[in-house]
Design a protein around this ligand. Structure first.
Ligand code: NCD
Ligand code: ZN
Length: 343
C-alpha cells in the first residue's frame, strides 16, 4: 500500500460558523489540520479583539475530546476599523490578521469595506505592525462580468494599494485566475496566496454538468480550465508564496439548493485528500508538504507543526450528507469515491 507521511498541515482559510454547524464541522478540520485561520464573517461579524476571543472560546468548547487544535483568529475589516483596533490586534497573541471583504462581494459581506482609500490610516497601521491583510479579491460592481472580478480587483484595487503601501503583508485568498497567479509571482515577498482544493480540482463546467450544480457554486466563482491549470502550476511549483487554504464554507442544504443558492463549498472532510490527489496527478507529491505544512506558517511568522500525519492510498466513499443538528450539509464530492484517506 502506498502511504505518504507529512508534517501535519494547517488550513489558512476556513469558515467554521457557530452553534450546531460549528459542532458538526469542526471534527473534520481537526482530523486533518492542526491550526486554521478562522474567517470572521459571522452575523454580526467579528470586528474586534473581544469578539474574537469570545468566538475562539466557542470554537475550543466545540473541540472534540483530546483535540489540540489551534484557532488562529481574524478580524473583519469594516469602514469603522481604526488604527487603534489594529494596534490591539497586533498586541493579541490569538489574532493573526484582518480580512477584507469588499461590501457585497460574498456571503455575509454586507458590513464589508465600501471605500478602501478612506481606510488608509488603518491600513498604514497594518503595514507598520505587520498585521497581514487577507483579501477577498473581487470587485463588486454589477457591470463587471462575474468571471472577471478578480482580474479587475487586481488592477483597480490591489495594485494601487500595494503601490501606496509597499510593505503591507497581503494574502490574496482563494486565488482563482491566471492573472492572480501572475500578480502574486510579480509582487514582493510580503504578498502570498491561498489556493483551495476545489479551484485546483474543478473548472467552471462543474457548475453546469448536465444541469445546474449549486454545490459547485462558490465565490470567487470557478473559472475556465486555463485558469485552473495556472493555479495547479502555482501550487506544485514549490514557491513559498502559495499555501493551502480550503475556504471550506458550510451552508445548510436548503440554502444551497434554492432558487437563489448561496456561495460556498463545504470541503473540510475531503480537502486534504483532494490536495494529495491533485499533487499526485501532477507528479508532485514531494511538494505537498511545503504547500500544506511549511509555506503558510513561514508567511505568518509561526513555527511549523511538530506532529505528522499519514495518508494512505485507499478508496473510500464520501458521505452524501452530514447531519448538523437539525440541518444537513452536503459536502464537496458527496457520494464520490476518493483514492487517498487518513491512515
Ligand atoms: C464563503 C462563505 O460562505 O462564508 N463563501 C464562498 O463562496 N467562499 C465566503 C467567502 O470566502 O467568499
Ligand atoms: Zn472564505
Amino acid at each position: 500500500m502506498k502511504t505518504l507521511t507529512i508534517i501535519k498541515p494547517d488550513d489558512w482559510h476556513l469558515h467554521l460558523r457557530e452553534g450546531q454547524i460549528l459542532e458538526a464541522v469542526l471534527p473534520a478540520t481537526v482530523n486533518s489540520f492542526r491550526r486554521a485561520i478562522v474567517m470572521p464573517n459571522l452575523i454580526p461579524p467579528v470586528t474586534d479583539v473581544e469578539m474574537a476571543m469570545s468566538y475562539r472560546r466557542d470554537i475550543l468548547n466545540a473541540c472534540p475530546g483530546d483535540c489540540d487544535f489551534e484557532a488562529l483568529m481574524t478580524l473583519y475589516l469594516t469602514d469603522h476599523t481604526s488604527p487603534a483596533d489594529v494596534q490591539a490586534a497586533a498586541g493579541n497573541p490569538y489574532v493573526h490578521a484582518f480580512k477584507l471583504y469588499p461590501a457585497g462581494a460574498t456571503t455575509n459581506s454586507a458590513s464589508g469595506v465600501t471605500s478602501l482609500p478612506d481606510l488608509m490610516p488603518t491600513l498604514e497601521a497594518m503595514a507598520e505592525y505587520q498585521v497581514p491583510l487577507l483579501v477577498h479579491g473581487e470587485v463588486t460592481h454589477a457591470d463587471v462580468d462575474v468571471f472577471d472580478r478578480e482580474a479587475v480587483f487586481i488592477d483597480h484595487v490591489l495594485s494601487p494599494l500595494l503601490e501606496a503601501l509597499p510593505g503591507l503583508k497581503v494574502v490574496f485568498e482563494h486565488l482563482t485566475s491566471r492573472q492572480g497567479v501572475e500578480f502574486v509571482l510579480d509582487a514582493g515577498d510580503n504578498v502570498a496566496a491561498t489556493l483551495t482544493a476545489h479551484h485546483l480540482l474543478l473548472n467552471r463546467n462543474a457548475m453546469f454538468n448536465k444541469g445546474i450544480r449549486p454545490h459547485h457554486y462558490c465565490l470567487p466563482v470557478l473559472k475556465r480550465e486555463t485558469h485552473r491549470q495556472a493555479l495547479v502550476a502555482a501550487a506544485i511549483s514549490g514557491n513559498r508564496k502559495f499555501f493551502l487554504g480550503t475556504d471550506s464554507a458550510p451552508h445548510d442544504r436548503a440554502s444551497k439548493e434554492s432558487g437563489c443558492g448561496c456561495a460556498g463549498m463545504y470541503s473540510a472532510p475531503v480537502a486534504l485528500e483532494l490536495y494529495a490527489q491533485i499533487f499526485e496527478d501532477n507528479d508532485a507529491l514531494d511538494k505537498l508538504e511545503a504547500f500544506a505544512s511549511l509555506n503558510g506558517p513561514r508567511f505568518y511568522g509561526l513555527k511549523a507543526n511538530s506532529e505528522q500525519i499519514t495518508l494512505k492510498k485507499e478508496n473510500w466513499q464520501v458521505p452524501s450528507l452530514i447531519q448538523a443538528g437539525t440541518e444537513e450539509i452536503v459536502p464537496l464530492c458527496a457520494g464520490e469515491i476518493l483514492h487517498w484517506r487518513r491512515a
